[in-house]
Design a protein around this ligand. Structure first.
Ligand code: B12
Ligand code: SF4
Length: 552
């Protein structure tokens, strides 16, 4: 492979694509596709109750941490920020990280680099690299498909197989709910840990699986539970956290590694909590107690559809599984696909109803979307069913189909998708309430559990039930009283149970702070109705950036 002539002394700029994001523009930003996880695809119909939060671009943070060249990470720049940085430092390499929807921004950034920093080599990485014919759509020197740390190390002439150093990553930024911004205090937000990329299950639509090798393949950064334990300990110490967002597509699938981590946690008396992604077949390898002892407090699980035949869901009663997890205090984020092959206008409402009946704490709905690089895309292309003339910026699964469905039109795909979000909110209420319900169930079951670590975790996590969440529930009960009596009554019932469990203090706090939250939530509704959107902050971080680099 070609090595950059300056090797490890090359100056490297790694940037995410430019914002603002939550608006319609000629570079492919879309108001419906904000740079947010929950408000984009999970709680977007929940108005002021929607969870708002940003996540850093972890791929480029991982690369920066694992090369010895002087390197700047520029996250969420505006075009102006990007231009300024290009002009202020003579970068030898400019790496741009993007997913497919943001291809128009990549094109513009390549143009800017050629104009403002003509001696830089341009490297493009991330999922955008799976776009067929990308080399003819943008002006770049290298397009990197798949894992980027080893590629960048090799390009700089460094050891591509050296152990992976994990960066310190605070999982979420600028969290906001019910019209209030949560303070970004040290230790207050979980740390992100990335044990691997890809997933060996190889579901036909799954881009992450396909991008890192497809069925049977994935790239492990940390093979053993011992290695992971050290990574967790480091994050605990440096970031002051006890909760982790484990960004591994199917963390629980690798049981040996997880159980080894549990052994170390027990020996080290770690009362950690963790949010994980896992498929149903992976979850079923564990007893609920094992999950709880491992600290699993939140699981993102693909439910897809009762009639889909994905291997991960084989022989699983997903309703029972969700119910069981919630009873053990594990919050569940379900994910359902709208527009699978067997869906028709006649059966889709029942399928959505079935999905909603899971009563998960959070529910993501996504359109069945053939994305370049996946087996599904190949199949649809071969069948001549991909629609022509659809802007790649609109292929994000939250708008309309990008392929010809056998029974559902493009316009109807959007109607059904929007209905699914609305129906979940109408039937199950705000996710904040559902989360509190799960937390209370977990508390009741585990507050006297023999393992002190488990008791400690539930104590820590549930402290908010007595305080902030009690106030939030007070506000939610009033908020829904007129618009959704059923949900209001359910919230009232939960408040009664919390009152029984935690006594007068929780009631007092609810009565004092609740009215304030009701007011801020209504004000937030008005702001959203007036078109207010939120953008992530621009962040610039340098590494190996000594005075000598500055002078060069
Ligand atoms: C965190 C995340 C987000 C964050 C984005 C944060 C950010 N700053 O960009 C949020 C929640 C906002 C988000 C939003 C969306 N996301 Co998103 N997101 C993810 C998620 C869960 C994790 C990404 C991650 O950090 N992975 C871990 C890192 C280490 O992996 P990585 O980013 O792939 O990086 C590696 C390589 O790709 C490569 N690499 C990456 N960048 C670079 C740069 C260079 C120069 C080089 C050489 C290599 C390189 O090296 C890295 C190390 O190996 C992935 C799923 C996943 N498991 O990866 C989806 C994913 C990336 N998102 C996806 C999508 C579709 C979206 C949305 C459109 C939402 C939606 N409706 O589905 C929006 C788009 C918002 C927008 N306006 O751009 C898709 C992308 C599909 C595609 N083929 O393009 C993914 C794969 C999920 C999926 N399976 O569908 N997302
Ligand atoms: S189990 Fe989930 S992460 Fe794995 S391939 Fe299927 S959809 Fe992708």
């Amino acid at each position: 492979m070609e090595v950059h002539p300056k090797g490890s002394s090359a100056r490297v700029l790694l940037s995410s694509v430019f914002g603002p994001y939550a608006q319609d523009d000629e570079f492919g930003s879309r108001a419906i596709n904000p740079m947010e996880l929950y408000h984009n695809q999970v709680t977007r119909a929940q108005g002021g109750f929607s969870l708002r939060m940003f996540h850093r671009s972890w791929g480029i943070m991982m690369i920066q941490q694992n090369i010895s060249a002087p390197c700047t990470v520029l996250d969420f720049p505006t075009r102006k920020d990007f231009a300024r940085e290009l002009k202020a430092n003579q970068y030898d390499i400019v790496g741009i990280s993007s997913i497919i929807v943001n291809i128009g921004k990549v094109r513009e950034m390549c143009r800017m680099v050629r104009e403002l920093s003509p001696n830089s080599k341009i490297v493009i990485g991330g999922h955008v690299a799976a776009t067929p014919g990308l080399e003819n759509m943008i002006d770049a020197d290298h397009i990197v498909r798949g894992e980027g740390i080893s590629w960048m190390r090799a390009y700089l002439g460094e050891d591509e197989n050296a152990p992976i150093k994990h960066p310190e990553i605070v999982s979420g930024l600028k969290t906001r709910i019910m019209g209030l911004r949560m303070p970004d205090r040290k230790g207050g937000t979980a740390a992100t840990i990335i044990p691997s990329v890809g997933c060996p299950m190889g579901c036909n639509f799954c881009t992450t699986s396909a991008f890192f090798g497809g069925k049977g393949k994935f790239v492990n950064f940390y093979e053993t539970g011992d290695q992971l334990y050290d990574v967790f300990c480091h994050a605990e110490e440096s970031l002051g956290v006890q909760t982790f967002f484990v960004m591994d597509e199917n963390f629980l699938l690798h049981k040996k590694r997880a159980m080894q981590l549990l052994d170390r946690m027990k020996a080290g008396r770690k009362a950690w909590g963790m949010a994980v992604f896992a498929s149903a077949n992976a979850i079923r390898q564990y007893t609920p107690e094992e999950l709880v002892e491992l600290g699993v407090s939140w699981i993102w699980m693909g439910l897809e559809s009762p009639r889909s035949n994905y291997a991960k869901l084989k022989d699983t009663d997903s309703h029972a599984l969700t119910h069981m997890l919630r009873q053990h205090g594990i919050r569940v984020q379900g994910s359902t696909i709208i527009g699978l092959e067997h869906h028709t206008p006649d059966n889709i409402r029942d399928e959505i109803e079935y999905a909603v009946e899971h009563n998960t704490d959070f529910h993501q709905f996504m359109l069945y979307t053939p994305v370049p690089g996946t087996p599904l895309y190949k199949e649809m292309s071969e069948q001549g069913r991909m629609l022509d003339g659809i802007d790649l910026a609109d292929i994000h699964g939250q708008d309309k189909f990008n392929f010809r469905h056998a029974a559902i039109s493009r316009d109807d795909s959007k109607r059904f998708l929007d209905w699914a979000f609305w129906r979940d909110f109408e039937r199950n209420g705000p996710s904040l309430y559902r989360m509190c319900e799960t937390m209370l169930q977990g508390w009741r079951r585990y507050k006297n559990y023999p393992d002190l670590r488990v008791r400690e975790r539930f104590e820590r996590e549930n402290a908010k039930l007595r305080t902030a969440y009690s106030a939030a529930l007070w506000a939610a009960e009033r908020y829904f009283r007129k618009v959704n009596g059923d949900v209001s009554r359910q919230i009232h019932e939960l408040r009664r149970e919390i009152g029984k469990e935690f006594g007068a203090m929780s009631k007092l706090i609810a009565n004092v702070a609740g009215p304030v939250l009701l007011w801020t939530t209504r004000r937030e509704d008005q702001r959203l109705a007036a078109g207010v959107t939120y953008e992530p902050p621009t962040i610039l971080e340098r590494r190996n950036w000594t005075p000598a680099v500055e002078r060069a």
